[in-house]
Design a protein around this ligand. Sequence first.
Ligand code: PLP
Length: 444
Amino acid sequence: TDLTPLTAEQTYELDRRHVFHSWSAQAQITPMVVTKAEGSYVWDQDDNRLLDFTSQLVYTNLGHQHPRIVAAIQEQAATLCTVAPQHANATRSEAARLIASHTPDGLDKVFFTNGGADANEHAVRMARLHTGRPKVLTTYRSYHGGTQLAINMTGDQRRWANDAASSGAVHFFGPFAYRSPFHSSSVEEEGERALAHLEQTILFEGPDTFAAVVLESIPGTAGVLVPPPGYLRGVRELCDKYGILLVADEVMAGFGRAGRWFAVEHDGVVPDLLTFAKGVNSGYVPLGGVAISPHVAATFDDRAYPGGLTYSGHPLACAAAVATIRAMEDDRVVEHAAALGDEVFGPRLQDLADRDPWVGEARGVGAFWAVELVADKATREPLAAYPGSSPQMAAVVAACKKRGLLPLAVVNRIHLVPPLNASASQVHEAVDVLGEALAEARAG
Ligand code: PLP
């Protein structure tokens, strides 16, 4: 074929010469060369096999090189590689039907995008046109994507360099019991105070000015912040009270990651709009989208929706979605992810938190976990203050990799987010390795 076989050295050399990487000071990075991948494993430039508990950027939900997804992409490529969005296409129709069969009640129209950021951009555009209101509410502890509005909706530090006063994004604090912004003393109180704070923010900012509350159902990059039971229901009630739409960002938490098809199901909440990407097709070909409720969809029955993308519903991406969703159904992958959380991650990480002086808290659900590392368990001082700021965090990651585990390090946390079809023994192995790596890093 036309694909040139390169050695790992040539790959690295050309990367550094020509590839401009995301979120990075280009002269300070040393990307790992991935030479092959299979299931829950990747191999690096030195042919070390690593257990991939990053799922890359939390998207290879069925692992690497899943035969059914690869076959569907190949079959689609051999049949019809591409067709413009204005035409109808069998694979796109079937992908939309399958997605709609799993989204919460009534969200049965799908607008396809290329990824998560543009899904959120379009969800907000729909909400603004539907309500006739300009502003959106989002939490500080959030990530919604890298495009202009999405990065301004994002709460984390990556927003700062992109701040646009005109974005209309107003930030508030969501619940986070371990580092409570509300001085609460229980998870229940945290949920109640977080809702009171959101209502105050709405009232002081002007209830009639908000088109939407945009929330990650479980904030992911911010630390897998599973909300207190009832919090999302409370947000739904506030939205209804003030005529604001609820947009659930399920880009990371959705498609089984949280042990349910969508994380909003944990609280029995139906959003007006739901955004997805990543796990919808295990990320094999870029795909995202917005699932739309009937009342929002009706706004655009006889009024053109002013938005679109050249690759909306690309057949290769939709073929990967069809195979991913069918394989998830046939192999009961969502149930498996839920059991991994309840039976393996939960008890094993709680035990680690009880024993290890650096583990302040372990939290999560399904195949979606974060271990919060602290310098001092009493003060809860984080082991790192900002991304890349701590030699101890670097030492933990290096010690994990030395033992064959690829972990996802985010500020002072190790996120454990394997493929949803990882085995229980792989999870046991990862937790064992993390425990040893923490001890080694502490010993210096
Ligand atoms: N929303 C959430 C919750 C995410 O985690 C991400 C990516 O990590 C995005 C949106 C942005 O998705 P994308 O990078 O596909 O634009």
